[in-house]
Ligand binder design. Sequence first.
Ligand code: LR7
Ligand code: MN
Length: 567
Amino acid sequence: IRANAIAILTVAWILGTFYYLWQDNKPAAAASSSASQPRGRSRGQKAASGRLEIRRDDRTIPLIVTQLPRAEQQGHLLGSFDEKAYLTEKLLKPGVDPYQDHAFNVLESDRVGSERAIRDTRHYRCASISYDPELPSTSIIITFHNEARSTLLRTVKSVLMRSPPSLIQEIILIDDFSSDPEDCQLLVHIPKVRCLRNVRREGLIRSRVRGANAASAPILTFLDSHCEVNTDWLQPMIQRVKEDHTRVVSPIIDVISLDNFAYLAASADLRGGFDWSLHFKWEQIPIEQKMARSDPTQPISRTPVIAGGIFVMDKSWFNRLGQYDTHMDIWGGENFELSFRVWMCGGSLEILPCSRVGHVFRKRHPYEFPEGNALTYIRRNTRRAAEVWMDEYKQYYYSARPSAQGKAFGSITDRVSLRKKLNCKPFRWYMENVYPELRVPEQEAVTSVLRQGGLCLEARGAEWLGLAECRGVGTNRPQSQRWELIEPLIRQQDLCLAISAFSPGSKVKMEPCNAKEARQKWKPKGSVLQHLVSGLCLDSQTPTGPLAITQCRPQAAGQSWEPQIIT
Ligand code: LR7
Ligand code: MN
């Protein structure tokens, strides 16, 4: 009887496998339209048309569903873990708003389960790439604060289901002082899962560092706590890092709808960018780069920044580069700090289109910020990044985020000496080589007269320059007495104030503007106009002529220039 039963089971299993393969090979539209279309259409609409307009997904594209491991493997994956008990203990009470605690629809997350099939969103050519059979293993690091159990579990299980087991050394969960320690502790019954709990709220930056310090694999993989990894997500990333340990790589981050948990493909030609307030944004890769991309499976190299949550990095390289700035608290800014540091100190950042990881994007933070609100921390953290890494460009950060000024941000001595020790390039290099598309804000031109007593600085073309009676008021001032002060130039139409030589007594004249010409560079300092390179000051009372440069004497009447702005 036993032998018979085994024979029957074997036949059934073979038939089942064939049926499965046949299903997979059928024209994909027929195989999956019933499974995904109606729901996706009716409920997916909101997510697709809402704030994530760049992440539109064509729901009519035939779906190819990722293969699930068979039931017995499934059991093996979870060890003694009791999934049902874990989830049902925390189900949403009737009448409670499903968005309240997590800023996504937790009812839907609970409902879709932990091992659903999702569409393989990669370019089809990715599936035929083969990777090194001897890839190094990785420690997965997931930090969380009061994550929903079903999303946390789906993150962990998708990693176990969709990664070659030999590549997963361990999954380290850092419970950042969540209300219920069991959210984390119960999960250690799953093989390879470890749980570290912070004794106080640290924020994601110090939590990740704690995870990295506990990791035993040579490669680190960071994930947010509400992700769902897709087919073969890990191999492309580890491969790139193995080939060159200074590469820091990210997947394309697909969108999991916060309303219905539909898994939506993100556009494959986006990269990470920012504006001067250090606000992260996805942007189109530059058109030349787009046209040069003949192979859609190739990395999107030269992303100026990464989103920050999902990336793979060599552990020794992470440590050598100074991990993270652990004086950053709670949330925000660390992705800029890391990205600038990687680029400026000899590494590179890239996005791999053959690696896909879904992430639940939210519209608000569901958790508390211990002091103040999110902005309190964003300001402080991004300010630290700007102060350490942005050199003279930090002025643009401060003009774009004036509220960051004047607030304490702690000591940056350690990070500045780290930058020295690593011999990192200046931010100017980053601007020129990594992010030339980021425009430096136009200096706002100020038009004014330059008064000395009752007289005004006047130029009549290039022919005559000197002091003359001030004429007109406000907008009636004559053109010849109007000066545009666009640092470092002092400009009148196409002509600029220039010295003729760099020694004291050298005459001053008008000549065609050229912002690179050292003789034309000035800086107003109190009431004097100082020539930048010579350090001498514009003077009207000199023996050599009407206008020349002489040693600066701020009290001298001939060096006092009072700007009066013309509105
Ligand atoms: O105090 C905290 N402690 C934590 O452990 C606050 C948060 N966290 C955890 C949290 O549970 C989550 O796992 O940190 C992770 C990130 O927080 P989220 O998911 O609330 O924020 P987010 O998705 O907006 O985070 C993005 O920006 C952050 C800036 O500090 C981090 O870099 C996140 O890793 C980053 N997430 C991603 O890059 C995923 C793609 C999103 C985009 C763009
Ligand atoms: Mn997140």
